[in-house]
Design a protein around this ligand. Structure first.
Ligand SMILES: NC(=O)c1ccc[n+]([C@@H]2O[C@H](COP(=O)([O-])OP(=O)(O)OC[C@H]3O[C@@H](n4cnc5c(N)ncnc54)[C@H](OP(=O)(O)O)[C@@H]3O)[C@@H](O)[C@H]2O)c1
Length: 218
């Protein structure tokens, strides 16, 4: 028998500009998927040549922004390594005022057996502390592998963070053909970071790297 699943809601999606900070695997995967679903993408990276290369790879609907300059998008995705994430947010400073900041980082230790952040304190909380008060920090995408995102298949995506931004983030995630599952407030982002550890642990111990989490009801 087919398991009952949560229903996708029927929202109308508005196409928006999404600014992505970073030029690595996740910037490319999320940018490609978002462009495919009609969004305009701005890529910004400390290495402008790398940002341009990602933009070229994604395709037509992409601009390259200046690293540290005000992002064009209302949604800004921080797609850099944890070691640089808080500094990057500080570098953007007031230009993130009023923006939705999506943190995708996993603060893994060297062998991905745990996190390097303090117990109970998440990267998203660190980012929220470094960002302007009016920025809305939400964690998403960190429990999905980049190459799985890139395949553009339907996916469940866990997210958590600032309640004021959740509806807009959920709409954006749905527009990518994902089912957004709200895990709670900013305090729940710590659990999402450990869910990243769980994903890699399962992948490394038999489940393989095509794995993605799905939630269901019984
Ligand atoms: N790959 C995945 O499947 C996956 C899944 C879930 C979450 N994540 C998270 O997503 C984030 C990006 O991962 P990725 O796989 O895209 O990594 P990646 O391919 O290694 O790319 C990392 C990006 O971060 C930038 N960066 C690193 N340190 C920086 C700093 N101090 N200041 C500014 N930029 C900096 C790099 O810039 P340069 O090129 O100039 O060094 C590069 O653009 C990470 O936090 C990771 O934990 C990854």
């Amino acid at each position: 028998m087919t398991k009952p699943r949560f229903k996708h809601s029927e929202r109308t999606h508005t196409m928006t500009t999404i600014s992505i900070i970073g030029s690595g695997n996740m910037a490319t995967a999320i940018g490609t998927r978002a462009a495919k679903h009609g969004h305009t993408i701005e890529v910004m990276s400390r290495d402008a040549a790398k940002a341009q290369a990602v933009a070229d790879q994604i395709g037509d609907a992409v601009t390259v922004g200046t690293f540290g300059a005000p992002p064009a998008g209302d949604i800004v995705i921080v797609a850099v390594l944890y070691a640089g994430a808080v500094d990057v947010v500080r570098h953007y400073g007031d230009s993130l005022a009023g923006k939705i900041v999506i943190d995708i980082t996993n603060p893994f230790n060297a062998d991905a057996s745990g996190v390097v952040t303090s117990p109970g304190a998440s990267v998203s909380q660190e980012i929220a502390a470094a960002a302007p008060d009016s920025a809305h920090v939400v964690k998403a995408f960190n429990t999905l592998f980049g190459h799985v995102i890139a395949r553009d298949k339907p996916l469940d995506v866990f997210f958590a963070g600032d309640p004021d931004a959740k509806a807009q983030v959920a709409t954006f995630l749905e527009s990518l053909g994902m089912r957004p599952l709200d895990a709670g407030g900013l305090e729940a982002t710590y659990a999402l970071e450990w869910a990243g550890i769980l994903l890699v642990g399962l992948a490394n111990n038999g489940a393989g790297f095509d794995l993605a989490f799905e939630a269901t009801t019984h």
